[in-house]
Design a protein around this ligand. Structure first.
Ligand code: ADP
Ligand code: MG
Length: 333
């Protein structure tokens, strides 16, 4: 389901929370809306998810204008929208299965159909064995899985995620993001990820809108945003991006993996070792990813690269690197 927002404005007594925002969310894509706290993200998502009406402007789902629907039409429209939040919004009085059953109950799904549906939703999110678990016994990641199952109960076409991973640790964040990507593909969902974390955009979004003081200040494909950021806000987001990736602390410059991984011990990161050896042995090097982790004030570097040259020169160069406290690994070994 394509979503279009045209010149939407929303004020709260004196605050221009959303000030003339236009954007398009392509059907069956994951888009990001990123901004700092107070930028207007939650307000925008409330307007797009029809929880609030804009003061002016329009919201369209496919060919239908939806910001001005009457009460009944709005209620049935809202059923086709799933939402998940940072703080999960689960009922602590109901167990995991009871939470997933809730939207089915209020939508009048026959009782005998509810249990099998709840089971299949919980199994989709990897919690089939937690159907009777009280919410208080679940971890943050499990709670977010329950809320994803609940959001999908009414077979929505659109899923809004407002800071869905902001309360989770990095590892749990990755697992929730991959679950969101998995269900997006499986159920042909249009997903809108609201976040203040560039990692979330990097790891999930096809396209991104950057919100600042209620306005879109930059928008691009995720790759375009990373390769040619324009506003100081985006440059700052990128500069503060936590290193991460398959090698733990890796900023990937390319989708490709290098043949070699170099690990720089503390003390090895401050010297121009590589440029020196490249000249000495006249080899070629293509750096595909790199990162530095600081542990107790010491820097540990990791670099993924391709190195090409005469085999004897390579061997000698690797020997020299070893002496400089740089470990050379062949990828996958
Ligand atoms: P974000 O989600 O990006 O942190 P919000 O959309 O929550 O930003 O808030 C944007 C601005 O609108 C803030 O200045 C906030 O104080 C204000 N705001 C949001 N909701 C309300 C409200 N219901 N009443 C008054 N001001 C609000
Ligand atoms: Mg918010």
């Amino acid at each position: 389901m394509e979503i279009r927002v045209n010149n939407v404005v929303r004020h709260y007594d004196g605050v221009d929370a959303i000030n003339d925002v236009s954007l398009t969310v392509q059907s069956n894509k994951i888009i990001g809306i990123i901004g700092r706290s107070g930028a207007g993200k939650s307000t925008l998502v409330r307007l797009m998810s029809l929880l609030e009406r804009p003061d002016s402007g329009e919201v369209w789902f496919g060919g239908e204008r939806v910001d001005n629907l009457d009460k009944d039409a709005l209620t049935s429209r809202r059923r086709r929208i799933g939402m998940i939040f940072q703080n999960f919004n689960l009922f602590s009085s109901r167990n995991a299965g009871g939470n997933v059953a809730y939207p089915l109950e209020i939508n009048g799904v026959p009782k005998e159909k509810i249990l099998p549906k709840v089971r299949s939703l919980l199994s989709l999110v990897g919690l089939e064995d937690k159907i009777y678990a009280p919410i208080s016994t679940l971890s943050g990641g499990q709670k977010q899985r329950v809320s994803i199952a609940r959001a999908l109960a009414t077979d929505p076409e659109i899923l809004f995620c407002d800071e869905a991973t902001s309360a989770l640790d990095p590892q749990t964040t990755r697992s929730i993001l991959s679950l969101i990507k998995e269900v997006q593909a499986k159920m042909n969902l249009t997903v809108v990820m609201i976040t203040h974390q560039m990692e979330v955009v990097r790891d999930t979004c096809d396209y991104v809108y950057v919100l600042e003081a209620g306005k879109v200040v930059e928008h691009n494909t995720t790759q375009g945003l990373f390769s040619s950021p324009k506003t100081p806000l985006v440059k700052d987001f990128l500069a503060n991006l936590a290193p991460s990736g398959p090698e733990g602390g890796m900023l990937l410059f390319s989708g490709d993996k290098g043949h070699y991984i170099l690990r720089f011990a503390p003390g090895a990161t401050g010297k121009p070792i590589l440029s020196h050896l490249i000249k000495k042995y006249s080899i070629d090097m293509n750096i595909l990813g790199a990162g530095i982790q600081t542990i107790d004030g010491e820097s540990y570097g990791t670099m993924e690269c391709d190195i090409t040259g005469d085999p004897d020169s390579l061997r000698e160069m690797f020997e020299d690197l070893k002496k400089e406290n740089v470990k050379v690994e062949e990828a996958g070994k």
